[in-house]
Ligand binder design. Structure first.
Ligand SMILES: *[C@@H]1O[C@H](CO)[C@@H](O)[C@H](O)[C@H]1NC(C)=O
Ligand SMILES: *[C@@H]1O[C@H](CO)[C@@H](O)[C@H](O)[C@H]1NC(C)=O
Ligand SMILES: *[C@@H]1O[C@H](CO)[C@@H](O)[C@H](O)[C@H]1NC(C)=O
Ligand SMILES: *[C@@H]1O[C@H](CO)[C@@H](O)[C@H](O)[C@H]1NC(C)=O
Ligand SMILES: *[C@@H]1O[C@H](CO)[C@@H](O)[C@H](O)[C@H]1NC(C)=O
Ligand SMILES: *[C@@H]1O[C@H](CO)[C@@H](O)[C@H](O)[C@H]1NC(C)=O
Length: 177
């Protein structure tokens, strides 16, 4: 009887942790934008008119849905760096490996679960040089009720590093987001 009760409790806990999982929806419009750097203005390809692109901020176990609209003149894909695409290999992103590229004016929806992952990762274009400016943070927090495997930090400061090209020169571009 006691064993049955424990089993029932276990099933309840499992059910409640699944019920907590949310779906996080994002829309990424990949397009050209102008930035000023080193007294010069240059055109880059970026997401939603911002560099770095939007931060994906979710909890372990959540489902992530990203609608990508390719408003750039290039073929592209997006890779979710560090995510083990369990049961969703088609959402991994490498161009011509797991999918055909999203063509100019094309759209594609990436849908995957961040189950069994925690940490500060990043996402980036996985086609040619676009990865230099098409990127952003991907933060997966522990589910509520589970702790970080280290003392709680006073502050979190995600830092991402990319490259912009001005006058044929590659310039490191560091952002604190
Ligand atoms: C995300 O979209 C799904 C439908 O695809 C919807 O059920 C869900 O409520 C949306 N979540 C948020 C946070 O908007
Ligand atoms: C800005 O661009 C002009 C023309 O492309 C170039 O001559 C100049 O050296 C550039 N300035 C810097 C600081 O890179
Ligand atoms: C874009 O991708 C398509 C296949 O999806 C391919 O036929 C075409 O050649 C690609 N264009 C460029 C510029 O690579
Ligand atoms: C994308 O759509 C715009 C507006 O409809 C059009 O002018 C452009 O030619 C299209 N580009 C491609 C590559 O289909
Ligand atoms: C994410 O996990 C939920 C619950 O197990 C499942 O219903 C859903 O289909 C999964 N989503 C994807 C994209 O695999
Ligand atoms: C976890 O707790 C925070 C703060 O109370 C809340 O904003 C968030 O929605 C919770 N997340 C989940 C997955 O329950």
């Amino acid at each position: 009887m006691a064993q049955l009760l424990w089993l029932a409790l276990g099933v309840l806990l499992l059910a409640s942790s699944v019920a907590d999982a949310a779906t996080a929806n994002y829309t990424f419009t990949v397009q050209s934008m102008k930035i000023n750097q080193l007294c010069n203005s240059t055109d880059i390809i970026a997401v939603n008119g911002q560099l770095p692109g939007p931060t994906i901020d979710v909890f372990e176990g959540d489902e992530v849905v990203v609608d990508v609209i390719n408003a750039s003149p290039y073929n592209l894909t997006i890779h979710w760096h560090g995510i083990l695409q369990k049961l969703t290999p088609w959402a991994d992103g490498p161009s011509m490996v797991t999918q055909c590229p999203i063509q100019p004016n094309g759209t594609y929806t990436y849908r995957f679960n961040v189950t069994g992952h925690e940490g500060t990762l990043w996402w980036h274009a996985h086609s040619s040089f676009l990865r230099a400016t098409v990127y952003g943070p991907l933060i997966i927090r522990p589910r509520n009720g589970t702790a970080y495997p280290f003392p709680a930090p006073d502050q979190e400061v995600p830092v991402v590093l990319g490259i912009i090209i001005i006058n044929h020169q590659q310039i490191p571009f560091l952002s604190i987001v």
